[in-house]
Design a protein around this ligand. Structure first.
Ligand code: GDD
Length: 348
C-alpha cells in the first residue's frame, strides 16, 4: 500500500468510462491523479474530455502514446506513480475484426511498453491491467473463474490474453506488484455509443424524443454478465491494496441476453421493444462469444468487493440519462433554429 500522504496514481485511458469513474474514486481517497492522453488533432477536446470535464481542475494530464515507449518512460519517470491503472486499449471487439493489426499493436505493445517503463523507472509502482471476460471467449466452463482456460474469439480477446500473460510474467520474472482484473462487461451512462447497452439506451431516448424511428441490432441472443462500471473500478483499486499481487474475476454472477436488455430498456420508457428492434446481419460478428457468466467468489472473499447496482437499476439509470439527453438535444436544436430577431415588426 502507498505510504505517501497523497499517493500518486497514473491512469491510462482516463478519458474513457472506467477512467473517469476511477479518477473520481481516487480523488475522493486523496490521491494525486495523473492521466495519459493521446495527442489527437482530429477530435475536439470538448468531446474527448467530456467524461472528465468536471474533474479537470483536479487532474494532471500528460500527452503520451501507447505506441511510444519513450513517451511512456518519460511520464513514468517524471511522476513516479505509486499505482498505475492501465485501462487504455482499442476496446471495441467488432472493430478488432476490421483491423486486427492495429488492435494487436496497440493493446499488446502498449501494455508491454508500460510494464517495461515501470520496471525501469518506478519498480515499486503497483500495476493494474484491465483484462477482460473476452479472454474466455468460447468459454469451456460456466461460470468462469480465474482458473477457466482462455479461448479468445477475436483479435481483441487475443490481445487481452497477451496483456494478461505479460502482466503475470512481469510479476513472476521481475517481482513487479502487477495484478490483472478479469472484468466482465460493465456499463453506465458514460459507456461509448458503439457498445450494445448504450446503443440501446440512446435509441430509447431518441425514439421517445421523436429523433429516431427504429433500432437495428445484431445477435439478440448473445448473453453477457453486465454490471455497473462505478462498482467495478472499486475492485481495481482494491486489488492494488492487497499484500500480494494476484488476478481476480469481477462479475455480477448473473447473465442476460441482448434481447432482455432491450426489452427492459424499452419498457423503462413505456415502450414494447418488439415495435422498434430488429436483428440485422450487418451487426453480427464473424466469431461470436455466446455466453459469459462470471464467478467473482475470489474477489468477494479476498478483496471484500461487493457490487451495489443491480441489472434493473443499471438499465433504468442508462435509459433515464439518455431520455434526458435526447430531450435536451431537441430543446437545444429548437432554440437554435428559432429566429433571434422577430421576422416581422409588430404594426405600431
Ligand atoms: N456493439 C454491438 N452492437 N453489439 C451487439 C449488437 C450491436 O448492434 N447487437 C448484438 N450485439 C452483441 C454482440 O455481438 C455481443 O455479443 C454483445 O452484444 C455485447 O457487445 P458489446 O456491447 O460490443 O460488448 P462486448 O461484450 O463485445 O465487449 C465489451 O465487454 C468486454 C468485457 O467482456 C467491451 O467493453 C470490451 O472492451 C470488454 O473487454
Amino acid at each position: 500500500m502507498p505510504t505517501r500522504k497523497n499517493p500518486v496514481a497514473l491512469i491510462t485511458g482516463i478519458t474513457g468510462q472506467d477512467g473517469s469513474y476511477l479518477a473520481e474514486w481516487l480523488l475522493a481517497k486523496g490521491y494525486a491523479v495523473h492521466g495519459i492522453v493521446r495527442r489527437v488533432a482530429m477530435e475536439s477536446p470538448e468531446v474527448r474530455l467530456l467524461r472528465i470535464a468536471h474533474l479537470l481542475p483536479r487532474l494532471q494530464l500528460h500527452a503520451a502514446s501507447l505506441e511510444s515507449y519513450p513517451s511512456l518512460f518519460r511520464v513514468v519517470s517524471e511522476i513516479r506513480p505509486d499505482e498505475c491503472y492501465h485501462l487504455a486499449a482499442q476496446s471495441f471487439v467488432s472493430y478488432s475484426f476490421e483491423d486486427e493489426f492495429s488492435t494487436l499493436n496497440t493493446n499488446i505493445n502498449g501494455t508491454h511498453y508500460l510494464l517495461s517503463a515501470i520496471k525501469n523507472a518506478a519498480p515499486d509502482c503497483r500495476f493494474y491491467f484491465a483484462g477482460s471476460s473476452e479472454m474466455f471467449g468460447k468459454a469451456r466452463q460456466v461460470p468462469q473463474t480465474e482458473l477457466t482456460p482462455f479461448h479468445p474469439r477475436s483479435a481483441y480477446g487475443i490481445s487481452k490474453v497477451a496483456g494478461y500473460d505479460l502482466t503475470r510474467n512481469y510479476r513472476e520474472a521481475y517481482g513487479l506488484f502487477a495484478c490483472a482484473g478479469i472484468l466482465f462487461n460493465h456499463e453506465s451512462p458514460r459507456r461509448g455509443l458503439e457498445f450494445v447497452t448504450r446503443k440501446i439506451s440512446a435509441a430509447v431516448g431518441r425514439i421517445c424524443a421523436g429523433r429516431q424511428k427504429n433500432l437495428h441490432l445484431g445477435n439478440l441472443e448473445a448473453r453477457r454478465d453486465w454490471g455497473h462500471a462505478r462498482d467495478y473500478v472499486q475492485a481495481m483499486w482494491m486489488m492494488l491494496q492487497q499484500t500480494q499481487p494476484d488476478d481476480f474475476v469481477v462479475a455480477t454472477g448473473a447473465t442476460h441476453s441482448v434481447r432482455e436488455f432491450a426489452e427492459l430498456a424499452f419498457a423503462a420508457a413505456g415502450l414494447d421493444y418488439r415495435d422498434y428492434v430488429s436483428s440485422d446481419p450487418e451487426f453480427y460478428r464473424p466469431a461470436e462469444v455466446d455466453l459469459l457468466l462470471g464467478d467473482a467468489g475470489k474477489a468477494h472473499r479476498v478483496l471484500g468487493w461487493r457490487m451495489e447496482c443491480s441489472f434493473d437499476q443499471l438499465v433504468r439509470e442508462m435509459v433515464e440519462h439518455d431520455l434526458q439527453q435526447a430531450r435536451a438535444q431537441s430543446r437545444f436544436e429548437a432554440a437554435d433554429s428559432a429566429p433571434s430577431i422577430p421576422l416581422y415588426k409588430k404594426a405600431s
